[in-house]
Design a protein around this ligand. Structure first.
Ligand code: SF4
Ligand code: FE
Length: 483
């Protein structure tokens, strides 16, 4: 089954048996849980769109190992054209879901591993790349969703892994057996983990020799024995338990994160892709981070939704023709397209690594993500400016439907005569959802910290710019000959 439909994906999740906790209780039926279901819907769309002819070019690719048509989320980039299509696919899905659709982390993990397993083999004479390619063939053949799990809890940030008072603050190996290894630790902020078939684990930082037990990468089925998921709490999440749809803002889709805990979990050798090769941990982190910093074209897609909602709110309020509103909408578009430019640029400037996989231009990918840590906040500020205070003082949908006060809500919150109060409430609730509610997790805080916090990109930018060249051209034009 090289490409599942959305329905088949949903059915495949029902066959898994993940150990998930939320609000202190085990969740037995994840797929139909009202809080988790919208996040599953967003991943489901990545399957459905691949079968629609108008999206085929972006959503599918030709596997370099089987030659079959596969979902692009399981593809290893073979050209800069592949990288550009990945960027456009992210924007498309962001715009159609208005949230994080979660499937990029697995794609980015697999692309990074396709490079680094090859590099380790070249230097150490190991056989990781063959192992990884066998695993990739399994993922492509079954069209699986993989969670790329990088971020450890990290404990005391001033201490390296081996010096932590609690050694489990970073994922590590606790036992080596003939048939595999046993691992312990946790991965935090795991986007979409509970909607995944597989979890691909990578180290979270560069490692030294003393940290060798922590320099591990492997893949496990999401329901492997010993893995527990604890769902993150989101602002306004329990609105999904209420009757009605207006107050949710986005009635269909939403992202979700969890803490994934590994309590002495067995990993067979054929699923281990790095084992104590500590000098390569940093390279795997950097490649994954660069790919995921490119992936943040998704935020331009979510920005499309927010800009569209804001323009609509301005029209519903009767304010759309005011010159300052028009100018603010232009500013929002300028910022949003600048986000997209960074992702396109790092894709166009990509190059092949020795493994044959195309990697983005890592300097430009870091510039892209640095913009993502800032511009969505400004776009959200302008959206709230234009939407007005009503976005946060609106009564509930239940009040709108109340036999006692419903007519008052409908009367006093009516603006543009052609628009019902319910329609006006819907668009304001969507803006609230994107800038303050469940979707703000993905659009704002994840823009700040996902794929590395702002300082991580600044370090990479400092390391990657060619300062010697800049000084050389400046000195030449200034007529300075230091020799
Ligand atoms: Fe994909 Fe964006 Fe979500 Fe990351 S934040 S998984 S890039 S949709
Ligand atoms: Fe993310």
């Amino acid at each position: 089954m090289p490409m599942m439909t959305g329905e088949q994906y949903e059915e495949s999740l029902r066959k898994l048996n993940l150990n998930v906790y939320m609000f202190g209780k085990r969740v037995d039926n994840l797929v139909d849980d009202p809080i988790i279901r919208p996040s599953m819907n967003a991943v489901k769309l990545t399957y459905d769109l691949a079968h629609q002819p108008e999206y085929e070019d972006l959503m599918t690719a030709t596997s370099h190992i089987s030659g079959k048509t596969i979902n692009r989320f399981t593809h290893i980039h073979q050209s800069t054209d592949d990288l550009v299509k990945k960027t456009k696919m992210g924007r498309l899905l962001g715009s159609l879901t208005g949230c994080c659709f979660q499937r990029c982390v697995g794609m980015d993990a697999m692309n990074a591993l396709s490079i680094v397993t090859y590099d380790i083999d070249q230097e150490c004479g190991t056989g990781y790349n063959r192992r990884f390619l066998d695993y990739l063939a399994f993922v492509q053949e079954n069209d699986l969703t993989c969670d790329g799990a990088m971020t450890d809890p990290k404990g005391d940030r001033s201490l390296p892994p081996h010096k932590q008072p609690d050694p489990d603050m970073f994922m590590h190996v606790v036992e080596e057996r003939e048939d595999g290894i046993v691992v312990r630790g946790a991965k935090a902020h795991q986007t979409g983990a509970v909607n995944s078939h597989e979890i691909i684990v990578m180290p979270t930082i560069s490692m030294r020799e003393e940290d060798a037990d922590y320099a591990i990468s492997f893949a496990l089925p999401a329901d492997a024995e010993g893995i527990t998921y604890i769902m993150g709490r989101q602002s306004c999440d329990t609105r999904k338990l209420e009757k009605g749809t207006i107050d949710r803002g986005n009635g269909l889709y939403g992202g979700h994160e969890s803490l994934v805990v590994f309590e002495d979990v067995f990993v067979p050798w054929e699923r281990v892709f790095m084992y104590k090769e500590y000098t390569f941990a940093g390279r795997l982190v950097e490649h994954f981070a660069s790919y995921h910093r490119q992936s943040y074209a998704c935020k331009a897609g979510v920005g499309d939704v927010l800009i569209g909602a804001t323009q609509t709110a301005a029209e519903y309020n009767g304010a759309a023709r005011a010159s300052h509103i028009k100018d603010k909408i232009i500013e929002m578009n300028h910022l949003n397209e600048t986000l997209f430019c960074g992702s396109v640029a790092c894709a166009c400037e990509g190059h092949p690594e020795p493994s044959g996989t195309y990697l983005v231009n890592t300097l430009l990918a870091n510039v892209c993500k640095q913009n993502v840590t800032r511009f969505p906040y400004e776009i959200a500020r302008l959206a709230q400016d234009i939407a007005g205070g009503l976005m946060v003082t609106l009564p509930s949908e239940a009040d709108l439907n109340s036999p006692e006060v419903g007519h008052l809500v409908a009367k006093y919150f009516k603006a543009n005569g052609a628009v019902t109060t319910a329609q006006r409430m819907r668009i304001l609730r969507l803006i609230e959802n994107l800038t303050l509610g469940t979707a703000a997790v993905g659009y704002l805080t994840e823009s700040m910290h996902g794929a590395g916090s702002p300082q991580a990109q600044r370090i990479m930018i400092a390391r990657q710019v060619n300062m010697a060249h800049k000084q050389q051209v400046a000195k030449k034009l200034a007529g300075i000959d230091e020799a």
